[in-house]
Ligand binder design. Structure first.
Ligand code: KIV
Length: 279
């Protein structure tokens, strides 16, 4: 898909049609100004619950609330006009069953205007996905490394490295696809497993740490902009915003302490009195 100016948002049908074609470009976004910058480059903007870790400084995504997702979802919708916007359902807002999931998803869609929600879809989630899709809620699945299951899985680590894990990832992906997901995020999986998932499911797969064998790619925006000292191995840094911020803050601090800022240019002065017109 090109970066030409688009007048309408991408739809879930556009995404489904991209299976096996040019890779889908996806990034996370959490604020209006960043969404506005990313919009014309991306097919999908995901308001990920990673917002809890990268913006709010939480140790995991488990503390993220529906209210936080709605607030950031509203900001991203305000800032964007052409990408498909997907909002994550946070931990605790959908796992207890289809009805709870529908209440959360419908709130997110009504209050943000986003077009779809994402859930971290263990095999148990298939009835929930079916329930949501049948009621007009497009659902993106998420298999492999599932950050909301960090404690159950014993940490953030790549999945599918044993036969049992591999079978589990494949079963989860197949169940999410059959239940009606329009796309599935595949996180932290070896290339051969990502390839098998991508050929097994009929919808596009979006990889993160899952090789190029997926139908699209996604990264957490703060990771790819170099906001953190440490990032997972699969992240490619396209900027050094952390360094830029540090340099800018140091220069500002030095200017303030040396009374170089504010200078004349940045200072208001009294309006000069207007000359009286000649009588
Ligand atoms: O929350 C998030 O940002 C995500 C991406 C890592 C896919 O789920």
């Amino acid at each position: 898909m090109s970066t030409e100016v688009r007048t309408q948002r991408r739809t879930v049908r556009d995404l489904a049609a991209a299976k096996g074609g040019q890779p889908l470009v996806c990034l996370t976004a959490y604020s209006a100004p960043v969404a506005a910058l990313l919009d014309r480059h991306c097919d999908v903007l995901l308001v990920g619950d990673s917002v809890g870790m990268v913006v709010h400084g939480l140790p995991t995504t488990l503390g993220v609330t529906l209210e936080m997702m709605i607030l950031h979802g509203q900001a991203v919708m305000r800032g964007s006009s052409s990408a498909l916007v997907v909002v994550d359902l946070p931990f605790g807002s959908y796992e207890s069953g289809p009805e709870a999931a529908f209440l959360s998803a419908s709130r997110v869609m009504k209050e943000t205007g986003c077009q779809a929600v994402k859930i971290e879809s263990g095999a148990y989630a298939a009835p929930t996905i079916e329930f949501l899709v049948a009621r007009g809620v497009p659902v993106m699945g998420h298999v492999g490394l599932r950050p909301q299951a960090v404690h159950a899985d014993g940490g953030f680590r790549a999945r599918g490295r044993t036969r049992a894990e591999r079978a589990r990832v494949l079963a989860e992906a197949e169940a999410a696809d059959r239940a009606g997901c329009f796309a599935i995020v595949v996180e932290g999986c070896a290339e051969d497993l990502a390839r098998e998932v991508s050929s097994l499911v009929s919808c596009p797969t979006i990889g993160i740490g899952a090789s190029s064998a997926c139908d699209g790619q996604i990264l957490v925006i703060d990771d790819m902009l170099g906001m953190f000292e440490q990032t997972p191995r699969f992240v490619r840094r396209y900027a050094d915003l952390r360094g830029e911020l540090d340099r800018a803050a140091a220069a500002y601090a030095a200017d303030v302490r040396a009374r170089r800022f504010p200078g004349e240019k940045e200072t208001y002065s009294m309006k000069r009195p207007q000359c009286a017109p000649p009588s």
